[in-house]
Write a protein that binds this ligand. Sequence first.
Ligand code: NAD
Length: 253
Amino acid sequence: MSLENKVAIVTGAAGGIGFAIARRFVQDGAKVVIADLDDARGAAAEAELGALGEVRYVHCNVAEKLDVRNLVAATLDAFGDIDILVNNAGIVVGADFLDLEEADFDRVLGVNLKGAFLCSQAVARHMVDKVKDGGTPGTIINMSSVNAVFAIANQVPYSISKGGMNQLTKVAALSLAPYGIRVNGIGPGSIMTEMLASVNSDPAAKARVLSRTPMGRVGEPSEIAGVAAFLASDDASYMTGQTLYADGGRLPL
Ligand code: NAD
C-alpha cells in the first residue's frame, strides 16, 4: 500500500487516533495536513511528523464552516491538491438520557456529524472539479465507532452521531460514486487514547470493556491507522459505502 505523492487532510490529528493516522500516512509517502483546534498540540504534532515528511498544521474547528473553508484553501495553498480526507475529529459528552443538556447534544452532533458533513462537502467539491478536469478521484474516510451499532446508556449524542456517520458514509458514497470518489468508514472498538482515559483509570470500567472484547485487550491507535491506510490506498479501489469495524471482535460475532 502506498500513498506516495497523495495529499491528505486528517481532522482531529493533534492527538490520539488522528495523530496515528497522520503518522502512518506520512510514512506511506503522503503530504499531510493536521487539522485541529488544539494549537499547542497541533504545532507539536507538525514538528514531530515534519521530521518524517511534509506536514502542516492548520487550525480548524470542524463544526465551523469558515474554518473548514480556510482548511481547504490552506491545504491547496500548501500542497496544491487534496486526495484524501479523514473525518476523525470527535468528542464525547457523558450524560444519561434524562439529564442530557440541549447544548451538549448540539455540541457533540456539531463536531462529530455536522463537522464531518462540512469537511466532506467542501473537499468533495474540490475532488469533483478535479475529476471533471481529468484528474484522479480522491477518497474520504469517516471515523465511526462500534457505538454506531450498539447503544451505551450515558453516551446518547455520541451514539446518535456515530449512527448518523454511518449513514453519511452511505449517502456521500452514493452521491460521489459516479465520479469515482470512494467514501468509507472505520468503526473502532476501545482504543487507547485520551478519549478512553476515564476507562483506563477506573479498574471496574476497564474490566467491563475488556469483558465485552473477545480479544481481551484494547486497541492501539496504530491499529486503526492501518485500516485507514488500506481504505485510502488503491488496494481498496472497488470499496465504497462500507464501514469496517476494528474492534477486537466486540460487535457480536
Ligand atoms: P482524542 O480525544 O484522543 O482526540 C480527538 C482529537 O480531536 C483531539 O486532538 C482534539 O483536539 C480534536 N478535536 C476535538 N474537537 C474538534 C473540533 N471541533 N475540530 C477539530 N478537532 C477537534 O480522541 P480519539 O480517541 O483519538 O478519537 C478519534 C476519533 O475516533 C473520534 O471520532 C472518536 O469518536 C473515534 N473513536 C474513538 C474510540 C476510542 O476508543 N478512542 C473508539 C471509537 C471511535
